[in-house]
Design a protein around this ligand. Structure first.
Ligand code: CP
Length: 336
């Protein structure tokens, strides 16, 4: 493995190997596996889990890490190409990334969607241009339309819990949120579940359909899933979608029809506050249906206390699995 940018870059056998290794590292620590190795972490956006789990994971493998948050004790970095840098940014990523890579054996970058230009965000253009100047193995810590570390951890969580792959039914449900949120997690979760061979339903209000390139990528993943067992569909019918579900995976995302226009988007989502997952959502689901969310989550906005504090919620398990999954990625990138 030369980098970890997208689960779609890996074959099913490579993903199975990472999941096996993650489970092995959880059972049997290897505290010297990455002795002397250094991971650089460049965060353009805030984090709790990704930052802490990468630093903890690297330390558990005997390596070390450092974090750079541009503008917070370090120079503000410019990411756009071809601009006159007479504003706040003192340094361009075209220099900063090779410099950081010179101090480390691998680099992780978090760079969220710009949120203004849907085509540019769907192309993941900012992340891709940074990847182009990174001379060491690169890990995507969440970009405009991808979060492969979350996806791998979530896959492990479903395996841990015995949630069926083939025949397993995952409902990726839109949820209300006061802000227009990016497409990265819903896109990654949808792709992951389809690739795992699950029957995935995207449940969302009218006008919140995920962009076609995201849906098409998921359909392709379903077609190449083990035994081509997966399927992908969309609906606005909550009751019908949730019948027999093994997982309700909640996430808010911006309405593509108003991408880049926060005022119009806010008006569009007004009246949708009942898209908050409560216990009644599980009435027709499978008896042991689980609730998943990548976190952070707003209580009683996206999901009610009664669900998060109840036995269906596996959100902390998911967060813990981020570390084991990422340790497997680091192991394969830095040790082979
Ligand atoms: N799920 C996730 O990536 O969490 P953070 O934003 O806290 O890293």
């Amino acid at each position: 493995m030369k980098g970890f940018l997208d689960l779609a870059d890996l074959g099913l056998a490579e993903i199975a190997d990472l999941l096996d290794l993650a489970a092995r590292l959880e059972r049997r620590p290897e505290p010297r596996a990455l002795e002397g190795k250094i991971l650089a972490l460049l965060f353009f956006n805030p984090s709790l889990r990704t930052l802490a789990s990468f630093q903890a994971g690297m330390a558990r493998l005997g390596g070390s890490s450092f974090v750079v948050s541009p503008g917070q004790g370090t120079w503000i970095l410019e990411t756009r190409d071809g601009v006159v840098m007479d504003g706040a940014a003192a340094e361009h990523v075209r220099e900063a990334i090779p410099v950081l890579a010179g101090y480390a054996d691998a680099l992780g970058i978090r760079s969220f969607a710009g949120g203004a230009d849907l085509a540019a965000d769907l192309a993941d253009s900012t992340f891709q241009s940074m990847a182009g100047v990174c001379p060491v193995p690169l890990i995507n810590l969440e970009s405009a339309v991808n979060h492969p570390c979350q996806a791998l951890g979530d896959w492990k969580t479903m395996d841990d819990l015995g949630i069926p792959a083939r025949g397993g039914k995952l409902v990726l449900s839109w949820a209300w949120h006061p802000k227009p949120l990016p497409l990265a997690v819903p896109a990654a979760a949808l792709h992951m579940a389809a690739l795992r061979g699950m029957d995935v339903t995207v449940l969302r209000p009218e006008g919140f359909g995920l962009p076609e390139p995201i849906m098409e990528k998921a359909r392709l993943a379903a077609a190449m899933s083990a035994g081509a067992g997966g399927s992908v569909r969309e609906t606005t019918d909550r009751r019908e979608a949730l019948a027999g579900a093994h997982v309700i995976y909640a996430k808010s995302w911006t309405a593509p029809v108003h991408y880049g226009d926060a005022t119009a988007e806010a008006a569009f989502r007004a009246g949708l506050r009942d898209w908050c997952v409560g216990n009644d959502w599980f009435d027709t689901a499978a008896p042991d249906c689980r609730f998943m969310h990548c976190l952070p989550v707003r209580r009683n906005v996206v999901v009610k206390d009664e669900v998060l504090d109840g036995p269906r919620s596996v959100v902390v398990h998911e967060a813990r699995n981020r570390m084991w999954a990422q340790m497997a990625v680091l192991h394969r990138l830095l040790r082979g």
